[in-house]
Design a protein around this ligand. Sequence first.
Ligand code: SF4
Length: 269
Amino acid sequence: MSGFANAMEVFSLLDRSNCRRCGEKTCMAFAGAVFLGMKALSACPKLDAETCARYGDRVSLDQEKEEQALSVLIDKVRRLDPVETAARTGGKLSRGSIVLKVLGKDFGIDAAGNFVTDIHVNNWVVVPFLTYLLQCSGEQPSGTWIAYREIAGGRERYPLFQKRCEDVMKQVADTWPDLFDDIVHLFGGERVAAQFDADISVVLRPLPKVPVMICYWKPAEGLASELNVFFDATVERFLDAGAVFNLGAGLARMFEVLAQRHGFVLPAE
Ligand code: SF4
């Protein structure tokens, strides 16, 4: 997270022209990205150097803090018993590294604290991955699904979660007819019997015992489509609301990039 109290504090600094030169579709989307620490304030070319310097310091200080927090997490993970941790978290031990399946692909950490994986080391995966290794109690998912706003600390963040995760995924699903079949194939997901009267329900596993269910209602008879994301009711025992947010927003961003790589043109917000 950035040093800003909320996305509106960032938004108040912007000229609100939605010119998209920062790479985001709207100034509000940019404000959300800066608040979450995913973009630097200086990525908006319309802000003057003095404003960027004034607030940029807060961002860089925060980034420094994030790097320190990451080092602390890595140190704690290095002190874990690898055999016990692999067994408890649903992972495996491979050449001294603790390896988990992340979206169907191997993602691990070795005894020296280096990440071992064939996939890109995304920031949105690293913190949930380390947090999960430390906090995972070993219990199995309950099979009961809850919305993000039902997680402790999720209610107040839900409007931003909806914007950065559910709305983005819905836009991709509306544009890419085979999205769900393709992500099942690409990420080792599973089509499950439709839940909550949805047209399509898909379960992905960003971490072995943290299933995420995406439910999509197609547009019909003048009604717009809908998309909701659900988590297993045990999720709070593995991750906090911030790490769950990172997972959801990271998945959505990945779908968006994949859609663009497949040549789909996503509509402007
Ligand atoms: S470049 Fe600045 S003004 Fe333009 S959309 Fe992005 S944040 Fe808004």
